[in-house]
Design a protein around this ligand. Structure first.
Ligand SMILES: [Mg+2]
Length: 292
């Protein structure tokens, strides 16, 4: 039976309407959310968290701006490696976006899902810049990891929920729809100050190809952990992937949206990056704008 979402619940609305994460998560209004979490927790054996914009919070920068920062950092590192190189940030940024799109399109589908994986993205982009894989793939991976780690922040409120679940004897896992393999996600989580010792498994669509959004990653996780869907609670920011798809698969779920004002900032960042890149000429890049 299809699940239809007509409106946000009270807590979702309060988070969505907050000017930023801290205004909500630092307020006493979170008590209701914790209560709801504890009620659902009692019914399940496994508690699952989305990673990006849930366990790790992003700021007002768009994905395009972040890739621009990565490209600038790569140009610096590549220049140290070979001072004769003439690379521009714009070229490297375009290579990053186009290679991600290519890796996604070229990935062999699994049950109708595709996923562009980070190792292939980096391989493609370095090759498209006519650079040798060694050492430039490593330099890009290091630049991207450093920029990601610097721009992400561990969410203390979510860490408290994780601790609460562990204290109640629940198995805690992370599930991400992401181009980064699970081991890279673990390194990022650690770099942001959240210990992964209490996390039993990290599932990423980069490793499974099937995604949360399709619902198939939930089936995969339940089979791997030998848990019935109704015995698993999932929390995350994506209405479609973390809430609707999870509910359709029979899981308990809590939707924790990104505040609208933050999404608005990301949309402005995306537009201003595109305008800066285009100059007087349009520069069509296959990268989606943040959706409000
Ligand atoms: Mg997310």
């Amino acid at each position: 039976m299809a699940t239809e979402i007509a409106t946000y619940g009270r807590e979702e609305r309060e988070i969505y309407d907050a000017p930023d994460y801290d205004s909500y998560y630092g307020s006493p209004r979170t008590e209701r959310l914790v209560e709801r979490f504890e009620t659902l927790l009692e019914r399940v054996d496994v508690c699952s968290f989305d990673v990006f914009d849930t366990v790790l919070q992003r700021d007002g920068r768009s994905e395009l701006e972040r890739f621009g920062d990565v490209a600038a950092e790569f140009v610096r590192r590549a220049g140290r490696e070979d001072p004769e190189l003439r690379l521009s940030q714009r070229t490297c940024l375009s290579a990053r976006v186009l290679s991600a799109s290519t890796a996604y399109q070229m990935s062999p589908p699994v049950k109708g899902c595709r996923e562009g994986r980070f190792p292939e993205i980096v391989q493609n982009l370095v090759a498209s810049l006519s650079l040798p894989g060694d050492p430039y793939e490593r330099l890009w991976r290091e630049a991207e990891f450093e920029i990601e780690a610097a721009q992400l922040r561990g969410a203390p409120f979510i860490e408290n929920l994780i601790d609460l679940a562990v204290a109640r004897g629940k198995t805690v896992i992370f599930i991400s729809d992401m181009y980064l393999p699970g081991e890279d996600i673990a390194r990022l989580v650690e770099a942001c100050g959240i210990g992964t010792g209490k996390v039993a498994r990290i599932f990423s669509s980069a490793d499974t190809v099937v995604s949360k959004r399709s619902g198939l990653l939930y089936d995969h996780v339940c089979a791997e952990l030998e848990v019935a869907p109704g015995k698993m609670l999932h929390l995350g920011d994506s209405l479609e992937g973390d809430f609707i798809a999870a509910k359709r698969r029979g899981l308990e779920a809590i939707h924790l949206p990104v505040p609208r004002a933050l999404m608005q900032k990301r949309l402005e960042s995306h537009r201003s990056m595109l305008a800066g890149l285009a100059g007087e000429d349009p520069l069509p890049l296959p990268i989606g704008a943040p959706v409000l």
